[in-house]
Design a protein around this ligand. Structure first.
Ligand SMILES: [Zn+2]
Ligand SMILES: [Zn+2]
Length: 70
């Protein structure tokens, strides 16, 4: 898979991650990794708490739109 953001800019980079929201492929430069240590009520799974941080990968557009909520 190629990085979608790079492809739009006319470059070609191999994707190393996938955005969990929209599913686009992302290279290291464009993958935004977020970690949340504690789950808050209800989203997106019925987990109460997690002792571990949960990494999530977002593309720049989704990070801007949802980053603080995820
Ligand atoms: Zn890229
Ligand atoms: Zn995305």
């Amino acid at each position: 898979m190629k990085c979608y953001v790079c492809a739009k800019e006319g470059k070609e980079s191999t994707a190393v991650a996938v955005c969990i929201v929209c599913g686009m492929g992302l290279c290291m430069d464009h993958a935004i990794r977020k970690e949340t240590e504690v789950w808050q009520g209800g989203y997106p799974f019925p987990l109460k708490k997690s002792q571990r941080s949960v990494p999530r990968i977002l593309c720049p557009a989704c990070a801007a739109a949802y980053g603080d909520d995820l």
